[in-house]
Design a protein. Structure first.
Length: 255
């Protein structure tokens, strides 16, 4: 919490300094030109099924990790206002959650190091953490000297991916909902699906930049994953899960 608060305060101070510079600089932004933009951002979001399935009865807690991102974009003008914007971004997408579930697909690791699969009813804690190299490609529209809107697609290559957690205060029906009952009470059992995750992700991106001055801006992006984070042959979790993250931060354009 302190780390996130320090990041927010730091970004706010930088924005205030940029605004002061903007008050002294000419309030105009040339259109119809090509230029490079660097962005530093902080993301909030999670990896979630859509819609929330019946197996998840209650979400008891949610916390994003320290999701920093740094990216470079090159805007290529097609006209005075329209352009295309390829880029490269290094980002983290991570979160933890706690939920109560019923008949939730699960493979747990027992005390002997073996695994048992079936349907879990009880409490589940989950951590999804991904470090990703992302290649966004967007169409860009300059509304004015202050506003730049963009929308497009992205392709992400996962450099590191983890999906793991614990189950407790419940029971596992081995194999199917009517299988043998395995109780889990005081000592949580673990699971780890990290090796079942895809190495490539893709999705849609939309966002905007508000220029405080000709070079400095504040941006907001929404990146919505459109393919399941797990491989197609992974069937333990019976619904798709998508990474959906909003990012805000500062941008600097070399014009």
């Amino acid at each position: 919490m302190k780390k996130r608060f320090s990041i927010i305060v730091g970004l706010t101070l930088i924005a205030a300094l940029a605004y002061a510079e903007g008050e002294r600089a000419p309030q105009s932004q040339p259109v119809g030109e090509s230029y490079f933009t660097a962005k530093l951002g902080y993301g909030v979001g999670g990896t979630t099924p859509l819609p929330i399935p019946a197996e998840i009865r209650e979400i008891k807690g949610f916390k994003p990790l320290c999701n920093l991102s740094v990216q470079g974009l090159y805007r290529i003008a097609l006209s005075e206002r329209w352009g295309i914007q390829p880029g490269l971004r290094i980002e983290r997408k991570g979160m933890t959650s706690d939920a109560t579930v019923k008949n939730y697909g699960m493979t747990i690791t027992d005390d002997d190091g073996g695994t048992v699969s079936g349907r879990w009813t009880g409490d589940v804690s989950m951590t999804a953490d991904m470090i990703q190299m992302t290649f966004p490609f967007s169409a860009s529209f300059l509304c004015s000297s202050r506003w730049d809107l963009h929308a497009g697609l992205y392709l992400g290559l996962l450099l590191r991916h983890e999906f793991y957690g614990e189950v407790s205060n419940g029971y596992l029906r081995e194999g199917n909902p009517t299988g043998a009952k395995i109780e889990v009470d005081d000592k949580p059992q673990t699971y780890d699906f990290s090796e079942e995750m895809r190495s490539l992700q893709w999705g849609a991106t939309v966002g905007c930049v508000f220029y405080i001055c000709p070079n400095f801006g504040i941006f907001a992006d929404l990146n919505w994953g459109l393919n399941d984070i797990f491989a197609k042959d992974f069937t333990t979790i019976t619904f798709n899960m998508y990474p959906i993250y909003a990012t805000v931060g500062l941008s600097y354009s070399l014009k």
